[in-house]
Design a protein around this ligand. Structure first.
Ligand SMILES: Nc1ncnc2c1ncn2[C@@H]1O[C@H](COP(=O)(O)OP(=O)(O)OP(=O)(O)O)[C@@H](O)[C@H]1O
Ligand SMILES: [Mg+2]
Length: 385
């Protein structure tokens, strides 16, 4: 049976375009020109999905959303917003909207967003918990991205999250690797168990082995009692091996063994421990070069990168910059602050070697240093970024 979609929008031509495009995809489409009518049809026909404009005379989209979520928490709602007002869409998502479409919209984007929502609903009908949907929204809400590159990342994350496959996340510093690793954990059925991060570059070689695998009392001078390693702490959950490219070559076979046999042996011990740990690794190093130089073992590389996820540098996803700026402005207490178009232009031309982290720091600094709530070109630091 065709999925039923209700469209609520006061703009007649936009309503028709949406109706036409969604009917062409084989959906059954109902339409309403205002919020009240929309809710009446909603009560009558229980659609699978509601698409509502946010800004409408009379009852607005936020009220429609709130009412629908109250009557039927599992119904998915997609909101429509002008591109310039994307922050209102994010507001709506905090109130339970599943996703948003910007005007003017592009047909492929529309189809994709609708299909994604209906697929998710299909899953929930096969009795995946509503809770999962909510967790997914909560997790992805912190990862901002509408660029094609980030859409691809989200798609892979959704697909692999609930498997035990090892994931290798690559990307320059500040591109969001740790954030993606946490999203994978939160979207998996391991989410109630620990997410344990360890930074392989930050721990001296001599301590790293016992940090990872634990040690037994007396294993070496100073080992005055048994120590539990990160692997053991992550039992049932996810171990995040950050900067895995910095793992010393002599420890690599031991990690490989842990991945393959799912057992670890604490330093100085002679009993293997069986563990259930999902490993997600990240690096900003080019591991292929490290392999050529003999600093990283091929066998470990192939074992880690069963599912590779590459985060593109920010300069290759300019579409995300405006949205990220809005997100960080809100995050750092700048609600109501606006940026002049020339400022956004300059920000899009700057290459952002420190990627999203640098952008966040820049926004934070601009907010602190601002003279008024409209940030203009003169507020930018002299270096031009
Ligand atoms: N897509 C995004 N949306 C919102 N915030 C982001 C995004 N990507 C990164 N950030 C923010 O940027 C900062 C850096 O992200 P993260 O620590 O995940 O990067 P990383 O790739 O692990 O960096 P490094 O290689 O330096 O460890 C964090 O504060 C994170 O919240
Ligand atoms: Mg990191």
């Amino acid at each position: 049976m065709a999925a039923k979609i209700l469209i609520i929008d006061d703009d007649t031509s936009l309503r028709r375009v949406l109706e036409y495009n969604l009917q062409a995809e084989g959906y059954e489409v109902l339409t309403a020109a205002d919020g009240e009518t929309g809710l009446a049809i909603f009560a009558e026909c229980s659609p699978d999905l509601v698409i509502t404009d946010l800004k409408m005379p009379g009852m607005n989209g936020f009220q429609v959303l709130a009412t629908i979520k109250e009557r039927s928490p599992t119904t998915l709602v997609i909101v429509i917003t002008a591109f310039a007002a994307v922050d209102t869409a994010i507001e709506a998502m905090k109130l339970g909207a599943y996703d948003y479409i910007t005007k003017p919209f592009n047909r492929d984007q529309l189809k994709l967003v609708v299909k994604k929502a209906l697929d998710l609903r299909g899953l929930s009908e096969e009795n995946r918990l509503l809770r999962e949907e909510l967790t997914e929204r909560a997790e992805f809400r912190h990862i901002i991205g509408i660029s094609r590159g980030m859409e691809q990342v989200f798609a892979i994350v959704r697909k692999v999250a609930d498997t035990d496959a090892t994931v290798l996340i690559t990307g320059e510093s500040g591109t969001g690797k740790e954030q993606v690793a946490r999203a994978i954990h939160s979207l998996s059925s391991r989410r109630a168990s620990p997410f344990v991060p360890i930074n392989c570059a930050a721990i001296p070689r001599d301590l790293l082995e016992s940090e990872l695998f634990g040690h037994v009392k007396g294993a070496f001078t100073g080992a005055i009692r048994d120590k539990v390693g990160k692997f053991q702490s992550a039992d049932g959950g996810t171990l995040f091996l950050d900067e895995v490219g910095d793992l010393p070559i002599d420890l690599q076979p031991k990690l490989l063994r842990a991945l393959q046999e799912k057992t670890v042996e604490p330093v100085g011990g002679n009993a293997e421990q069986k563990l259930d740990v999902r490993v997600v690794a990240a690096t900003n190093m080019d591991l292929e070069t490290a392999m050529d130089k003999g600093n990283f073992r091929d066998d470990l590389y192939y074992r880690l990168s069963i599912i590779p996820i590459h985060l593109p540098p920010l300069r290759e996803r300019l579409d995300d910059i405006t949205l990220l700026i809005k997100h960080f402005t809100a995050k750092h207490g700048g609600a109501g602050v606006t940026f002049a178009p020339e400022v956004l232009e300059v920000m899009k031309r700057y290459p952002w070697p420190g990627n999203v982290r640098e952008l966040e720091n820049t926004v934070e600094r601009l907010l602190i240093m601002r003279n008024s709530d409209s940030i203009g070109i003169d507020d930018l630091p002299a270096r031009g970024g």
